[in-house]
Design a protein around this ligand. Structure first.
Ligand code: ARG
Length: 290
């Protein structure tokens, strides 16, 4: 082969080599980029709810404020304000985290879904920490023991003495609450009607559309104290799930849960939860909007 031809071939090979190197470099850079992005994504998704809340500077709390004395609305300084024992607990948690608190109002059957979708950081809404819910959410230590009762018309307390007396009768419950299941399990022959707010259920009872309302003792007390035509029946309802209330958080909120538990322990120790409930109860009797 001629020398020149050889030289030419050599050059060609060199150009080729450079091209290949360039392509490799590009590919490597590309890979590095993808790797960095994935690492970043993994990092942000593994961020505990605590860091997320602290980065935002706001704790968004989902609740259904038609549940006095835990959360309800009242006029304060001319403004419709969400108040109640749960509201005080939420404020104490926000204080501990050093962030602002924002209340996000919704129907009870949406409260937990909002935490799951990340729209709200936590839910404090008289939520019973049942085993089924614990599969989907992290729960704080419980802060209030509750019990489910049956409210009836006062003049019907003699008619409804045992669960069987509700056969073919209608009872109302709040939609999405554990009372839906408690009513179905205890009053198997009754027609269980799910309504958006406990207040609606009480109105249906007063107007005779249903014969009973299944709800929690502390909430029932408020309605019975304000409506002389209502009474809590002697019928005891069995509930296999623990009814105690806890703060709901997304799964994997270890650090946030630790902080929330610290606040709850402190409030319990100081007897604050009971005084929050008592004060809110007094306020609820005075306030017209619930
Ligand atoms: N404790 C019941 C539950 O967890 C009812 C809670 C209703 N809360 C409310 N804010 N409306 O299902």
């Amino acid at each position: 082969m001629h020398n020149n031809t050889l030289l030419y071939l050599h050059k060609l090979i060199n150009i080729e080599k450079r091209l290949i190197m360039k392509t490799w470099k590009k590919l490597l850079l590309g890979f590095a980029g993808i790797f960095a992005l994935t690492a970043l994504a993994a990092c942000s998704s593994s961020k505990d709810s605590l860091e997320k809340v602290q980065d935002k500077g706001t704790l968004t709390v989902a609740l259904n404020p038609h549940f006095a004395p835990f959360e309800f609305k009242t006029i304060q300084n001319g403004k419709d304000t969400i108040v109640g024992a749960d509201v005080e607990i939420a404020k104490a948690i926000a204080d501990e985290l050093g962030v602002k608190v924002k209340f996000s109002e919704m129907s009870f059957d949406n409260v937990l879904a909002n935490v799951q979708s990340g729209k709200a950081d936590i839910a404090i809404s008289g939520i019973s920490a049942t085993k089924e819910r614990q599969k989907i959410f992290d729960f704080s230590d419980t802060y209030y023991e509750s019990e489910t009762v049956l409210v009836v018309k006062k003049d019907a307390t003699g008619t409804y003495k045992q669960t069987g007396d509700f056969a073919k009768k209608s009872v109302a419950v709040q939609k999405g609450s554990i009372q839906e299941n408690i009513a179905k399990a205890n009053l198997s022959d009754a027609n269980v009607v799910s309504l958006a707010q406990p207040g609606e259920a009480i109105n249906e009872l007063k107007s005779g559309q249903v014969e009973g309302v299944v709800l929690e003792k502390a909430i029932a007390k408020g309605y019975v104290d304000q409506n002389s035509d209502l009474a809590v029946s002697d019928i005891t309802l069995k509930s296999d799930s623990k009814d105690a209330y806890a703060v709901a958080m997304p799964k994997g909120s270890d650090k946030l849960k630790e902080k929330v538990n610290k606040v709850i322990a402190k409030l319990k120790k100081e007897g604050k939860i009971d005084s929050y409930v008592q004060d809110a109860y007094t306020l609820s009797l005075k306030s017209s909007s619930k």
